[in-house]
Design a binder for this molecule. Sequence first.
Ligand SMILES: *Cc1c(COP(=O)(O)O)cnc(C)c1O
Length: 382
Amino acid sequence: MKSVNVPFLDLNALHRPLREQFLAAIGEVIDSSAFAGGPFVAQFERDFAAFCHSRYAAGVGSGTDALWLSLLALGIAPGDEVITVPATFMATAEAISYTGARPVFVDIDPVTYTMNPALLESAITPRTRAIIPVHLYGQMADMDAIMEIARRHGLRVVEDACQAHGAEYKGRRAGSIGDLGCFSFYPGKNLGALGEAGAVVTDDQALAQRIFVLRDHGQERRYHHTRIGWNARMDGIQAACLRIKLRTLERDNAMRRELARAYETGLAGCPNIVTPVTAPGQLHVFHLYAVRVRGRDHLANVLAQRGIATGIHYPKPVHLQEAYQSLGYKPGSFPVAEEWAGEVLSLPMYTQLTFDQVAGVAAELRDALEQQSSQAELSHSL
Ligand SMILES: *Cc1c(COP(=O)(O)O)cnc(C)c1O
């Protein structure tokens, strides 16, 4: 078989056709000197709020800032508990810790890998203040069930939509269902900046106002600080470039869904693999295309030898990270998330990927899995 050579992500191919537009936009920012916050950020905020079907958007420095400031805006403080999942990027839990609150985890659904609402209630204590569902890989968590439990217990909900720009749950956009929705524009995300950036969306004017104040040193007016904030402003160059990329995000997400369908076709009937499941009522935006396989690390090596780059999102669940030893969780605390971490493998997924490349990756993966399963049979019969 000829080697296919597929990178995991190709930002260069994505940006090359936009280069002239980026340079013109950056030129405008340079000419206006609106580098930190300012009119370019305000314009992007208007566009992004509309995209998310939300009333307000606040541009911030990163997705991590978005999560942290959202929790601060809700008044989360030391002594509080905030519930999230262990199957996420570290930033979700870090944002909780940075408010002084304690992260409390609940396990994930074994099919969608998002928060299992059936386990949520047992994690609620008198100290619980908020819930952060994570829309992992581009599919939203089961928001109806989560919102119902949250409302019944008087808890606030912050959506971690950092992987889910434009995803929908029963026709409602990611970020627009909870009290606040948080987005990352890290370069590799579905909407990526040419650097670091993030945003918070909300329909609640008071919460939006708090984010605007918190991201800018707690100033209501220049040099009048009503609370202790931080510098978490979005920069003008990022906002100007993000506006250009936002115009094609809808189309890009549709392309990701088509590529996911092509993987599905290419891997149909393949032994020992679980491909992503889109739950009913969901519009998936496939930030990542993560399959599940036994012998994941070996398979990743075989694919690498054949020129196919893969990723692991994520190899160690948050509750087992060394940084969170003090929380006292152990292997076995969240068995579904732990199994997930041992088996997930992200295949290349980006809008410049071709259907031929997808077919090539699927064929190589099928070949490797078939070899693995015949070897397993052989060793079984020996
Ligand atoms: C990327 C990401 C973040 C953090 O975003 P940054 O912009 O890198 O700070 C948070 N949560 C999830 C689920 C992410 O994927």
